[in-house]
Design a protein around this ligand. Structure first.
Ligand code: KG4
Ligand code: ZN
Length: 418
């Protein structure tokens, strides 16, 4: 056991860290200079966000805790591929969550529901391409995942061996990127002889709703609006999902990113469009609100309408264009969600994913919730975009119910949903 721990710790001490001096320097600056990375960071990393919520729990070392009545044994072990003498679920379980499905390398550490560390590193290398280049994304994950994990442990004030469960996204996403996080997480679990659990990225987003302590009552609807997905899902009970509708073409965030590119705004476009839209005049340009059948979504027509508008109006007013695009994009989400609420008659609605950080969208959904007399759950702003904390929380919830995953869980790009 001691040897395996040493191996795991050596994973975090590989020469890799010293090979990236600018990253090393920036990681230090994150800790010391108002938590802001230095400008001109490494090519691999765009920005690092980190949060640490103070715990009310004791700071004492967590390993070697004596067995006590708070600990309860799980059901018989499943075929995990790891040899466990026993799997213990304890109060104060520490979960490491790893998320690398796209261009964010994210490491989160939670103790039960308390966030001990949340590190998200976004890659700048894709900016010049206006979208994510899969091969570049995977290579950059490899560069930063170890130093970021080390930093997360430092922030959480724990040792690697204090981790009770390792949770990682297995899909959907870019396979090369997923493989980096997944293999890293499995290696840590094997070397520490701790359980591993693979998590669906969308389920991670759904659990981001609970990071502020909310406990939505079942059944409820969740609208997932991100760069890769636009889906409306009925959560019937814990771990029981029914997809009511999804995009037939582009995802909502993808449309924001493409319209940003068309109008000369940087990637990822969502936050830039939101800012620029605040200066725009609503109603100056009429873009269509998409209306596909049932509870589905579609953004390619709206995107094409913007494309033709900017081509035909070389002196277009950018704030007006993006404000009216944003308005149609959000109205589309509202219309579909309202219909779905009426049909399912549920009393709760959650909005998750990167686009749910948009303030205009949040206002629209607050009004809808008031009108429909339902309870609205909005993910805290810091957990809307991809992060490791949500993967950690979904992992710990799943583990408590089903035990660990098999180590043969593979990365999956798409072709399946919740
Ligand atoms: O959930 P996420 O981090 O990654 C995926 O799972 O895809 O979402 C990223 C997406 C990007 O398309 C980005 O442009 C969009 O979320 N986004 C926003 C905002 N912040 C991020 N879109 C609109 N308004 C925002 N404030
Ligand atoms: Zn996501």
């Amino acid at each position: 056991m001691a040897r395996t721990n040493e191996f795991a710790i050596s994973l975090l001490n590989l020469p890799l860290i010293s090979n990236i001096p600018s990253l090393n320097k920036s990681l230090k600056s994150v800790r010391t200079v108002n938590e802001k990375p230095e400008p001109g960071f490494s090519e691999a990393v765009h920005s690092i966000k980190q949060t640490k919520r103070e715990m009310s729990l004791p700071k004492a070392p967590l390993q070697n805790q004596p067995a006590n009545p708070d600990y309860s044994r799980t059901a018989p072990l499943n075929n995990s591929g790891l040899i466990f003498n026993a799997v213990w679920i304890k109060l104060g379980m520490i979960t490491l969550g790893i998320e690398t499905s796209c261009d964010e390398t994210a490491v989160g550490i939670i103790k039960d529901q308390n966030v001990l560390a949340n590190i998200v590193s976004s890659q700048i290398a894709h900016t010049k391409f206006g979208g994510v280049v899969p091969e570049i994304a995977a290579r950059n994950h490899i560069k930063v995942i170890m130093p970021l994990t080390k930093l997360a442990l430092e922030i959480a004030n724990i040792k690697l061996s204090d981790i009770d469960l390792v949770s990682a996204t297995y899909g959907p996403g870019l396979v090369g990127s997923l493989l980096v996080g997944l293999s890293f997480a499995k290696s840590i679990a094997i070397s520490l002889n701790k359980p591993f659990i693979g998590i669906n990225h969308l389920e991670g987003h759904i659990y981001s709703l609970q990071l502020d302590g909310s406990k939505p009552a079942y059944p409820y609807l969740v609208l997932i609006v991100s760069g890769g997905h636009t889906e409306i899902v009925l959560v019937q009970k814990e771990f029981s999902y029914k997809t009511m509708g999804r995009t037939l073409d582009d995802a909502c965030g993808e449309a924001f990113d493409k319209v940003a590119k068309l109008t000369g705004l940087p990637y990822p476009g969502g936050p830039y469009i939101e800012k620029e839209a605040a200066k725009g005049r609503l109603g100056k340009i009429k873009f269509p609100v998409p209306r596909p059948s049932k509870f589905n979504f579609s953004y390619s027509g709206l995107k094409t309408a913007v494309l033709y508008y900017v081509k035909n109006n070389p002196y277009y007013n950018r704030p007006d264009v993006v404000a009216n695009f944003q308005e149609s994009a959000i109205k589309h989400l509202i219309e579909v969600t309202e219909r779905c609420l009426k049909q399912t008659k549920v009393k709760g609605l959650g909005i998750v994913g990167g686009v749910s950080a948009n303030q205009r969208l949040r206002e629209y959904f607050k009004n809808l919730a008031k009108k429909e007399k339902i309870k609205l759950y909005l993910t805290s702003l810091q957990f809307c975009t991809d992060n490791g904390v949500m993967i950690g929380l979904a992992g710990s919830k799943r583990f408590k119910k089903f035990g660990p995953s098999s180590l043969s869980v593979d990365a999956r790009s798409s072709g399946f949903t919740l």
